[in-house]
Structure formats: C-alpha cells, structure tokens
Design a protein around this ligand. Structure first.
Ligand code: NAP
Length: 515
C-alpha cells in the first residue's frame, strides 16, 4: 500500500512539512515547485503514516486501495515523477523562515480582495503575534476565484475554503463585504487607518485574440462564461447561445478544458454541484453536440495539466477525439520536443495521454464529442450580425532564440462553423486607481510583493501585492500560499525595521463613512 496524490491537488504544500520521511515533492524550497502541475508521493519512500491525508485541505491524497478506476492512473503518475527527480530523503523540510517569535502588536493590515491569495495573506499575517487584519471585498460574498473561477464540478478543490473559514473565526480578523476600494474608500483612506495595505485582487480581465470579428455577438471570453456558470453577480444576465450544434473553445489551458467539460457534462451531474441555477437551466436546454478545443501549438506544449486532461477523458457519455487529419499534422509538424526545458514528467504525461486519445476509435453512442485540435489558430471570427464560425490556419512550430517553440501559420484551413466561440487565452490583471501598473504583463510591479514604481523603480510605501496581480495569472489555488508567504515575510520585516507605523486605533474607515 502507498498513498497517492490525485487530481484535486491544490499545490498548497501543506502536506510537505508533516511528512516524516520527506517523500512528497517538489517542495516549495525546490525550484521545480514553481512550475509543478501538482505534487507527487514517492512510493519507494512513503511509510504509509497518513499524516499528509489529514493535512490536505482538498482530499487529494488517498491510499491506493481507495482509488476509483479513473484515479488508478495516478499510481503511475506519482511513481513516474521520481524516475528522473532525485532528492535526499534525510534532508527534511526546514521550518519556513518566519517572524513567529516577534511581537507585532499595533500592526494592522488592510487586505483588498477575498480570494485565495487574500486569505493566505491574512493567515500568514495573523500567524504573527499581535497583528490584526481587515479584509475588503467588493462583492457581497467572499472567496473570489474559489467561488467564481473554480469549475463547479471541482467540488474537492472548493473545499479549500474551510481553511479560510477558520481565518474568518479569528478574533483579530474582520471582513468587510460590499466595499470597493477606489470607490468611496481610497488607497489613501486605507493608509491613514492601517499600517499597510496588501492588494490581492486577482486578474479580473481577459486577454483578447486580436482577430477581426472577435467582438461579434456569439464570440465571448471564456472567463465571462466561467463567471456566468459560477453565478458571479456581474455576469448573471449574460446569455450564451447553446442552441447551436458546435462550440469552438480557443486556447489550450485548464480554463479551456473546464469550459469544454462543463459544456459536455450531463446537466444532472452538474445539478449536484454549486453551478448557478440560471446556467444549469440553460445547459439542460443545450443543443450543443460538439465542442472543439483549439490549441495553437502541439500536445506537448499545451498549457493544461495532465490531471485535467485525464479527467476530461473520463467524462461519462463524452467521446474525446482527435481528428485523423489533425493527428497527421501533429505527427508531421510538431517536432518531438523543443530545446527549452519541456521534456519534464508533465510533458511526457501529456504526450502519452494525447497518444491514447489519438488512438481511440469514435464512439457513435456518445452523448457529446470533444474534439481536440492542435497546431491551429483562428485568424477571423466570421459572421454578419453574429458569429457563425472561425476562419482557421494550420501552424507549424518554429524555434525562437530562447529555445521555446512558437506557432507560425503555414496553411489555410478554411472556416469551421460554430454558433458560440469562447476565447480562453488567459486572464489579465487590471490597473488599480493610484497604483503603478505594468501594462505589458498585466500586473502591479513589485519586488517580492513590495509594490514598486515600475520594474526597477522605488518601493511604494506601505503597499504590497499577492496572488495573480503580483505574479500574473498562473499556478493553482495553493500556489498562492507560497506567494502570499513571501509578501508577508517582507511586510513583517518592514514593520520590524520601523517602516510601517503601528495603528493602535481600531476604527475602520468603513465605520467612519457609515458604510
Ligand atoms: P493558461 O494556462 O495561461 O493558458 C492559456 C492558453 O491560451 C495557452 O494554451 C496559450 O497558448 C493560449 N493562447 C494564448 N494566446 C493565444 C492566442 N493569441 N491564440 C491562441 N491561443 C493562445 O491560462 P488559463 O487556462 O486561463 O489558466 C490560468 C491559470 O489558472 C493557469 O495556471 C491554470 O493552470 C490555472 N487553472 C487551473 C485549473 C485547475 O487546476 N483545475 C483550472 C483552471 C485554471 P501558448 O502556450 O501557445 O501561449
């Protein structure tokens, strides 16, 4: 018997320090952690104590005998990671450097946002003695991306909020809902009342394709669709035409797979989740038969994680297929591997999963089809008053000077008809009033979470960032724990160095406004 980490792994690494034999990797102190899709347990070292199971906030760790048939894939996925990852079993994780022994009385911090990065920030600050945190959320419910970004069928991932609810019970914590910073309350108001302000507002915007016709009705950002099916109040009145036969999803990340999965899922299964009622009603009436997911590069370069791809293949009643013409193009045009560091365990898993799908024969009894296309890009959304399809080109992969492979158009592929087009090419941070902004990267410039005037500029006093607005929209829910830890480490250091004034007055600016 051994313990296995499965799909819902959130990368918060809370399992790592409790493992007495150092068998869970990559650890946050390993450079590989920054790009890891998930963590893995080495079956050769695991002593089956189960300490990690108790610590995991999302029930991702199971003994091998409790795995469902679909989850048995993770046995090899865990073991395979260690084929070329070596570690010293005696090198137990160090206690993270912290300020737990100091006295931080008078340090009152405002945290803006209430998603995972905000709550991990609050928890790290509250771990220091005497601190207080007040959190500000624009909406009338907390938890940001957990509530409005995580797919409703990822039920275990959503359980991460139980840790956040513990923070909410801390007597040194207050949550203000329905208060937008930059509206009646400004950054300067917060600075007057708090020692410091941490912005953990996520990436609220989306990236555009920049092709003609993109603005036509029927062509939307996948982020809007995600917010709609998750009941985000700003998107509740959106409509998406599910009366068509084919939907095209452009992009090859986990969000693209999320929306494809939700579009293909049995609505009765979704009814068991926290999906918004209005979306469930629309999905029950859906006429969509085929969802085409279009990646501009090859299966080895896809941004999705192997675990999400694997769960797509396990969707009941859904045929996941690769068109034979596409498979031939991948074989001819997608070189075996690029010269950058992409021959990782994750890439090899993705290549194996792709080969598995490409070898499948179509299942005529399937309720719906998900067609995976690679090496293809839309160059135009076509239609007069509304989108009716996308004009596509075939791409070949071209190596850049940095060794990474870029997609370069090499052939016209004609128009693919579709009634709904969802571009899923990444989130993007928005600028905040009065704060510097790196428009190219869509982040607030910072050094380790301390906000700076531009990338090489002066530190902006008493102002910090954590999460996607700090590092860009990448990583997993738990990645924000390490990210917030770095920011809070610097913030506590600044308090100790006398750069942050104590704020013993406990009045909130909200109360002064009568908000
Ligand atoms: P992402 O992982 O950055 O993927 C963006 C995709 O869009 C990439 O495949 C990218 O291709 C493609 N793309 C970018 N510009 C394009 C263009 N002009 N034309 C065609 N394709 C284009 O973004 P995401 O899917 O929005 O996910 C954001 C983060 O949230 C990721 O870290 C993701 O793993 C995480 N997430 C995790 C889960 C989960 O764990 N279940 C679920 C959802 C999201 P190139 O690679 O060629 O640039």
């Amino acid at each position: 018997m051994t313990f296995i980490i499965t799909q819902s792994c959130c990368n918060d690494a809370s399992c790592v320090p409790v493992c007495p034999v150092n068998c869970i990797h990559p650890r946050p102190d390993d450079p590989a952690f920054a790009t890891a899709d998930m963590l893995y347990i080495d079956p050769a070292t695991c002593i089956e104590c189960g300490a990690c199971v108790d610590e995991c906030p999302v029930e991702a760790i199971k003994p091998d005998y409790e795995l469902s048939d679909a989850e048995k894939w993770y046995v090899d996925a865990n073991a395979g990671f260690f084929e070329d990852f070596s570690y010293d079993a005696d090198d137990l994780p160090h206690e993270p450097v912290s300020h737990s022994s100091g006295d931080f009385s008078g340090l009152r911090v405002a945290v803006v946002g209430s998603g995972p990065a905000a709550f991990y920030t609050a928890a790290h600050i509250l771990a220091a003695r005497g601190t207080e945190v007040e959190m500000y959320e624009r909406l009338d419910k907390p938890f940001g991306l957990i509530r409005h970004g995580v797919a409703p069928d990822h039920v275990r991932t959503r359980q991460v909020v139980s840790g956040f609810e513990n923070t909410m019970r801390n007597s040194r914590f207050r949550l203000h809902l329905g208060v937008e910073i930059g509206g009646r309350l400004t950054h300067e108001d917060l600075l007057r009342h708090y020692s410091a302000v941490v912005y953990a507002v996520g990436a609220q915007g989306d990236r555009a394709l920049d092709v003609p016709g993109e603005e036509l009705p029927g062509s939307h950002a996948a982020t809007e669709f995600v917010a709609w099916y998750n009941g985000h109040p700003d998107y509740a009145d959106r409509t998406f035409d599910l009366g068509c036969e084919r939907v095209v999803v452009v992009g090859n990340g986990n969000v693209a797979l999320d929306v494809a999965r939700v579009l293909a899922a049995d609505p009765e299964d979704l009814a068991e989740t926290e999906i918004a009622e209005h979306s469930l009603a629309a999905l029950r009436e859906s006429k969509v038969e085929e969802i085409v997911v279009v990646g501009r590069r090859g299966p080895r370069q896809a941004a999705y994680t192997p675990s999400e791809f694997h769960s797509l293949m396990e969707l009941p009643g859904v045929d996941v297929v690769v068109d034979p013409d596409d498979a031939a193009a991948v074989a001819a045009l997608a070189v075996a591997k690029d010269t950058a560091d992409t021959d990782s365990w994750s890439v090899r898993l993705k290549a194996d999963l792709y080969a598995n799908v490409a070898a499948r024969t179509p299942d005529p009894s399937a309720r719906k089809r998900i067609v995976l296309r690679y090496l293809a890009s839309p160059v135009e959304v076509v239609g007069n008053d509304t989108a009716t399809g996308v004009r596509m080109v075939r791409n070949k992969l071209v190596g850049g000077q940095d060794g990474a492979l870029r997609a370069e158009p090499c052939e016209e592929l004609g128009v693919m008809e579709a009634g709904l087009i969802l571009r899923s090419v990444g989130y993007r941070g928005n600028a905040l009033p009065g704060l510097p902004f790196d428009d190219a990267r869509g982040v607030i410039p910072n050094h380790g979470g301390r906000v700076t005037e531009g990338t090489a500029g002066e530190v902006v006093e008493r102002t910090y960032v954590a999460g996607w607005i700090k590092r860009g929209p990448r990583g997993f829910i738990g990645s924000n724990k390490t990210c917030a830890g770095e920011t809070v480490f610097h913030l506590l250091q600044d308090f100790q160095d006398g750069k942050l004034p104590p704020r013993p007055d406990r009045t909130s600016p909200v109360e002064m406004l009568g908000a």
